[in-house]
Write a protein that binds this ligand. Structure first.
Ligand SMILES: Nc1ncnc2c1ncn2[C@@H]1O[C@H](COP(=O)(O)OP(=O)(O)OP(=O)(O)O)[C@@H](O)[C@H]1O
Length: 262
């Protein structure tokens, strides 16, 4: 589904990524972890064709970027990021914002076909927001906006769903509700790539984890193998414990003898 091969990404004097190989096969659902500035969003931008590596190749859904029409590939990719939410028009009714996802437009300037509206309403129902369909986007809470983005991304029946910290800024309740919706994606034939800072967001849906550190993929593979305390402790430079409960990993930083955590 996705093949990033021998990727380097150099900006100015800085080598941000160096020798990155990342492969996603059909049926795998990936989480990408890594410290601030490690290059996670940059990897997502490569997958969407919004950014290009300094060297190396990017193949997505059988298309090599640089030798295909990226816009055509993007029609098969749902992308949920904060920057997208900021681009949408806050005064538009929710159902219309969701419906625009059908064509990957930010806004409609013509009449929306009835079947497109019906699909938007059905997806809003799926994420529990049907009762808000006529409300302007501006009146929704942050959590509701994230759910709306999920519904919008699903309008195109994407093969790939790429999410950049969708739970950022959500309270515990909103986060858990969104995570349940995400976990329900297993009912669809869709591959998910999910960037987060919070290991407990790794729902049972996810099968694999990649850890970006020092400009490389420090570890990648089945989640139980990568989420080892020793691997995480090295990447985050902290003594870390991991406990699995209810199919999810929970992380704890082990306090040092003096009571400090670092
Ligand atoms: N186009 C660019 N020009 C210059 N520097 C860039 C560019 N794109 C990314 N960077 C730099 O590359 C580094 C990695 O950025 P990226 O946003 O991918 O990190 P991240 O792992 O997603 O970080 P965070 O967890 O803080 O969101 C950052 O230091 C960023 O400033």
């Amino acid at each position: 589904m996705i093949h990033l091969q021998d990727i380097t990404f150099i900006r100015g004097e800085r080598t941000i990524l160096n020798g990155v190989n990342f492969h996603v096969q059909k049926g795998e659902q990936w989480v990408i972890l890594g410290r601030n500035g490690s290059g996670k969003t940059t990897l997502l931008e490569f997958m969407n064709g919004y950014e290009f590596p300094s060297s190396g190749t990017v193949d997505v859904l059988g298309n090599r970027y640089g030798q295909c029409d990226v816009r055509e590939v993007r029609k098969q990719i749902g992308y949920i990021s904060q920057s997208l939410i900021e681009k949408l028009t806050l005064r538009d009714p929710l159902w219309e914002v969701v419906a625009t996802g059908e064509y990957a437009f930010l806004r409609f300037y013509q009449e929306i076909p009835e079947e497109v509206k019906a699909k938007a309403l059905s997806l809003l129902d799926e994420v529990g927001l049907l009762h808000m369909a006529e409300q302007p986007l501006s009146t929704l809470s942050q959590g509701e906006r994230k759910k709306a983005m999920l519904a919008r991304a699903l309008m195109q029946d994407p093969k790939l769903l790429i999410m950049d910290e969708p739970c950022a800024g959500l309270d515990l309740y909103e986060r858990e509700k969104l995570l349940v919706d995400l976990d329900n994606l297993r009912k669809r034939d869709i591959t998910v790539i999910y960037v987060t800072h919070h290991i407990e967001e790794i729902m049972p849906l996810f099968t694999h984890v990649a850890l970006v550190s020092g400009g490389r993929i420090a570890a990648a593979g089945p989640k139980e193998e990568v989420l080892q305390p020793s691997t995480l402790s090295e990447a985050y430079e902290l003594p870390i414990e991991v406990e699995w409960q209810h199919g999810r990993p929970w992380i704890r930083v082990v306090p040092s003898e003096k009571g400090a955590t670092v």
